[in-house]
Design a protein around this ligand. Sequence first.
Ligand code: CO
Length: 143
Amino acid sequence: MGADHDHSADSKLTDIDHVGIAVHDLDATIAWYQQMFGASVAHRERIESDGVDEALIKVADSYIQLLTPFTDTSPLAKYMERNGEGIHHVGYRVDSCDEVLEHVKAQGARVVDEHPRTGSRGTTVAFLHPKSSFGTLIELVEE
Ligand code: CO
């Protein structure tokens, strides 16, 4: 970083929106975060298109997104068969999901979503494929 120029001002990533964590038992995990950290759920939602139930725990301006599949055909269920519980993806906040998605595609990134779609809390989201992002499933989140 140059001494006279703050490169962070150029970043398309404005914040960490959430860390997505895959679990088998949503209620047990919520109770654990409450017991260990006094943290409580800010939002719960069934995301039909992804086949998951989520619970969002607020941490400062970001969230922990606890996820569990409600059907065996959910992509998350198949992921958990191979990898078990744990950190599943990172959601980065962006000003324009569409603009950043088009940019990364033009730069050669593999994407899961060719076009932005509706995520939880009415956000607009798109996923990048972990194969071209060094093993991390990345979600772009526009509030
Ligand atoms: Co997410």
